[in-house]
Write a protein that binds this ligand. Structure first.
Ligand SMILES: [Fe+2]
Length: 275
């Protein structure tokens, strides 16, 4: 699936995809919105899936949960996976709640050996259920733990090596976290195992001057496009998509933004070939 470009499927664009073919190679869906027994969204997803490859992207697995993963969540996720037959199944390197309570937020983890063991055990549980590699995405963060014993990219590299999980690199999240915590984003890109990266996310954020918030309500900014160029040079071509979750524009506007990603990727490829 190299050189392919997708979009996150949002309800505002259901009819665009149902009414006519659209110039995307695949779509990513939020798994949690379709982990149900029936209803209109699932029926629409079935129709769209007959026309497009689909990636499943979850927001509530809570892979950092100290008490292990929720078996009923995994059961529903597996049922959707069998129904949709996705390209891959991803979620985030984070925790989302405790004692069965979902905070509906992607909360950061301390990057400690202890946390590594917990996440590793949980990835094993997820992969045992899914019978395929889990794909983990780096989240944006606004605080760091003093107890961390390694960087986020070292933590991810250890997980890939120990479990065979794969990576969804969110270029915007690297940009946001690098700004907020004062590290060079190139260290993140160069620090994760290149052969484990199978997808890129691009998104917009909110600039509050002394910190950035990962809002997904703006177009991709110039700094993130520059980091995308760096990532392409380092990893080669990785399936890329744009995420927009708020202030959602027309599909035409998002497709135009995706054309910018295509142009950048083609430019980087041609330079690489010329060299
Ligand atoms: Fe993302």
């Amino acid at each position: 699936m190299a050189f392919s470009f997708g979009l996150g499927l949002r309800t505002q664009h259901y009819n665009d995809f149902l009414d006519a073919p659209q110039p995307v190679d695949w779509l990513e869906v939020i798994s949690d919105n379709y982990m149900v027994d029936g209803g209109k969204p699932l029926a629409i997803l079935d129709r769209i899936r007959s026309d497009y490859p689909v990636a499943m992207h979850g927001v509530s697995m809570s892979i950092g949960a100290i008490g292990g993963l929720d078996a009923s969540y995994l059961h529903k996720l597996k049922a959707l996976e069998q129904r949709i037959e996705p390209m891959w199944v991803s979620d985030h390197l984070c925790w989302t709640g405790v004692h069965g309570r979902n905070m509906h937020d992607l909360l950061p983890l301390p990057f400690t050996v202890e946390a590594l063991q917990i996440v590793r055990r949980n990835i094993d549980q997820a992969q045992e259920s899914l019978q395929r590699p889990l794909v983990l995405e780096n989240v944006s963060s606004y605080v760091e733990f003093k107890t961390s014993e390694m960087t986020e990219w070292e933590f991810l590299a250890e997980l890939c090596q120990a479990t065979g999980c794969q990576l969804l690199l969110d270029i915007n999240n690297i940009y946001v976290s690098a700004f907020n915590h004062g590290f060079a984003p190139s260290r993140f890109i160069e620090g994760v195992p290149a052969d484990s990266v199978i997808q890129f996310h691009l998104a917009g954020h909110q600039n509050n001057g002394d910190h950035l918030i990962d809002t997904h309500d703006h177009p991709v900014c110039d700094g993130v496009w520059d980091l995308y160029r760096q990532a392409l040079k380092h990893f080669g071509f990785i399936p890329t998509m744009i995420e927009r979750d708020d202030n959602i524009p027309s599909l035409a506007e998002l497709l135009s933004e995706l054309d910018t990603a295509r142009a950048i990727a083609n430019s980087v490829l041609n330079q690489a070939v010329a060299i």
